[in-house]
Ligand binder design. Structure first.
Ligand code: NI
Length: 257
């Protein structure tokens, strides 16, 4: 069984077949899904999906590129969501300097990243971290709030194998998805080789980042078999071992029995 640790099934690209697809996936090879909020709306929709499907859990959080919608009142609302029994994490939160280059915007991102990390600590929940072209500042914000005391995952990991080691030392998991199947993904393949399987989570980020041979198409959790196969090849273990170990990892992190 495969544990899908990061998907956005509330995305409009699933509007036409969401229920059919989720029923098929959860009745097949997928044991659980974390549907990740990327905005206030996305958090609301993720919780609604989690209430509808026993095997789906929600993450409550606002993506760095959407932090313009945050204020203290909305942060308090997010805090209220963390006590919902189906909310398993705070996320996705972090920094994205690829989309936002303005210093003021980046400063705002750092502020709300720190605030949401603190929220997770208060709620006793793990974090799902999104970090793109912001390696140094991400680490700096994390250290400033002692994030090594908060369990979590660096989702869609895109930095060096060296930095991954540091995250693992801090107790973090490394989220690996479709990108690992791309021929030119040398850095990520190296990270997978170096990172213990007990520290890797499988994720799609659906509808984005579909693996080969579906690259460019709408992604979905059923394609995680291609990701598991590539990780198995890189680590020279069986696909079953990849699926079982990463499933155990995710259940431990998100405290799902
Ligand atoms: Ni995502």
């Amino acid at each position: 069984m495969i544990f899908e640790s990061h998907a956005h099934y509330d995305d409009e690209r699933f509007d036409r077949d969401r229920d059919t697809l989720l029923t098929k996936l959860l009745g097949g090879s997928i044991c659980n899904i974390i549907n990740v909020g990327a905005s206030l709306e996305g958090t609301r929709a993720s919780i609604a999906l989690a209430e509808q499907y026993p095997q789906i859990y929600a993450a409550a959080g606002v993506h760095p590129s959407d932090t313009d919608q945050l204020n203290e009142q909305e942060l308090a609302w997010l805090g209220e969501q963390t006590v919902h029994p189906k909310v398993a994490a705070v996320g996705e939160i972090g920094l994205d300097y690829y989309w936002d280059k303005e210093p003021d915007v980046q400063k705002r991102q750092r502020y709300w990243f720190a605030q949401q990390l603190k929220l997770a600590r208060e709620a006793g929940l793990p974090v799902i971290i999104h970090s793109r072209e912001a390696a140094e500042d991400t680490m700096q914000v994390m250290k400033s709030v002692h994030a090594e005391e908060i369990p979590g995952v660096i989702h869609c990991y895109s930095y060096s194998a060296e930095l991954a080691k540091e995250y693992v030392k801090m107790g973090y998991y490394i989220g690996v998805g479709g990108v690992v199947t791309f021929k030119n993904a040398r850095k990520l393949k190296e990270t997978v080789v170096q990172t213990p399987l007990t520290r890797i989570l499988l994720e799609t980020d659906a509808p984005y980042l579909a693996p080969e041979p579906y690259r460019g198409k709408r992604n979905q959790s059923g394609y995680l078999t291609f990701v598991a196969e590539e990780i198995a090849r890189l680590k020279q273990v069986s696909v079953e071992e990849v699926e079982e170990t990463t499933c155990r990892n995710a259940r431990e992190l998100f405290r799902i029995l």
